[in-house]
Design a protein around this ligand. Structure first.
Ligand code: B12
Ligand code: SF4
Ligand code: SF4
Length: 350
């Protein structure tokens, strides 16, 4: 998907779709999250979502751009064309229409894993929809309101969503999280089950959070994700994954899977959960997984046949909360392909 199509007027939903990261968070058991987190004080409860945040001066943008440029110089960034398309517009620089921004607010919103049952004949197949691929209902306005009311705490300041930034790097550099060996950002109390966002503001915060890039402590004595990644994208010593081998890069978009991605390697309706599911740091957050409405046998048959009608699209949009290939006739082949490969593997086990 090409991020050059970004339009600042598009809805948050479209923005997330184009950037492949769908936010998610519904019916979270707040009390449990609060009870199990060691950092209760920095957890905040907004209207209906749980988040953590850090703020940073935009004066650090030059250093973060150098972090990225150095990876390029050292030839550590994949040359995969799709990946290059995703990141080509990313740059740590202020937008022309907000050159007076002083700070950036980085938010990590807790997002949970979803399960859904697809019925077929007398069988039922349980499938995962990872946190980023269904709609949580949180709007840009909700996020802006949280920043205005809870983080800045006074009216009169401009707040704009920040596009084209490397969000994990921002989160880690601000101290909001740590890089794991699986190349994801871990936030205390939430593991990797977060959606990251950044916003510019012309408010100057008293505290400027800035840290060296740090590896999650637990990764120093663990390499589970390294052993479990089916396509060997994760290395022991180099914390940039080999993106061109990541299953997610292929199952989010149309097209045939490369031959080296074997059917048994897939584990989710979109994306891949393998380097997160067995991570000891995600053990607690996995307890907060949830379930979407079952898909009937009749619906499953139509999905597998690749014959969506308006009624099916409507029903899937509702049941799978805007899981995007289930909501659009145009993107439906992605759904058919991904579900077919999962069910064909699961069928072997029944
Ligand atoms: C392009 C992209 C992808 C691509 C490439 C992924 C990648 N690793 O770069 C693909 C399609 C493969 C992908 C997959 C996924 N993605 Co994605 N993706 C993005 C996107 C749009 C840009 C990421 C990016 O900037 N990559 C470029 C690289 C260079 O950035 P980086 O990894 O941060 O680089 C740093 C490290 O390499 C590190 N480093 C270098 N040397 C060293 C040394 C040490 C010791 C350490 C510790 C670190 C370190 O420093 C680098 C910078 O200096 C972001 C959204 C955004 N705007 O940021 C979402 C985002 C990263 N994706 C996200 C998610 C959830 C996923 C998936 C889990 C989805 C899924 N379920 O399948 C997978 C995970 C794959 C994985 N293991 O990384 C979330 C991550 C949330 C989190 N907890 O971290 C993001 C932030 C979206 C969001 N808004 O929340 N994604
Ligand atoms: S599985 Fe182990 S090495 Fe991988 S991210 Fe989790 S703690 Fe780190
Ligand atoms: S998302 Fe899957 S393919 Fe990609 S790095 Fe993680 S385990 Fe490997």
């Amino acid at each position: 998907m090409d991020l050059s199509n970004f339009d600042s007027k598009q809805s948050r939903r479209d923005f997330l779709k184009n950037s492949i990261f769908f936010a998610a968070l519904c019916n979270l058991d707040y009390r449990r999250l609060f009870a199990q987190s060691d950092s209760k004080k920095s957890m905040h409860l907004a209207t209906n979502f749980v988040y953590k945040y850090k703020t940073m001066s935009v004066n650090h943008f030059g250093t973060m751009q150098e972090d990225i440029d150095k990876l390029k110089r050292d030839d550590k960034l994949s040359w995969n064309r799709t990946f290059k398309g995703y990141i080509k517009k990313m740059k740590f620089e202020l937008p022309d229409d907000f050159s007076k921004a002083k700070s950036v607010v980085i938010l990590a919103v807790f997002t949970k894993l979803m399960y859904v049952n697809f019925h077929l004949g007398e069988h039922s197949f349980e499938v995962m929809i990872p946190p980023q691929y269904y709609d949580d209902g949180i709007t840009w306005d909700d996020l802006t309101q949280v920043i205005r009311e809870k983080i800045i705490g006074q009216p009169g300041y401009r707040i704009e969503k920040a596009e084209h930034l490397h969000l994990k790097l921002l989160a880690v550099r601000s101290g909001l999280g740590y890089y794991g060996r699986n190349n994801l950002c871990f936030v205390e109390g939430m593991g990797t089950f977060v959606t990251l966002y950044a916003f510019y503001t012309d408010f100057q915060f008293e505290v400027d959070n800035w840290k060296e890039i740090e590896l999650l402590n637990e990764c120093k004595k663990c390499s589970i994700c390294y052993g479990i990644c089916p396509t060997n994208c994760i290395t022991r010593e180099n914390f940039v994954i080999d993106v061109g081998k990541c299953i997610t890069l292929y199952n989010e978009v149309k097209g045939k899977f490369p031959i080296w991605i074997r059917p048994r390697m897939h584990d989710a309706l979109m994306g891949c959960m393998k380097c997160q599911l067995r991570c000891p740091e995600n053990e607690k957050v996995l307890n907060w997984a949830d379930r979407l409405e079952d898909i009937t046998a009749e619906e499953t048959e139509k999905i597998l046949a690749g014959t969506p009608d308006d009624h099916l699209l409507q029903s899937l949009t509702h049941k799978l909360r805007n899981f995007y290939p289930g909501s659009s006739a145009q993107d439906f082949p992605i759904f058919t392909r991904n579900l077919s490969v999962l069910i064909s593997q699961k069928y072997k086990d029944v």
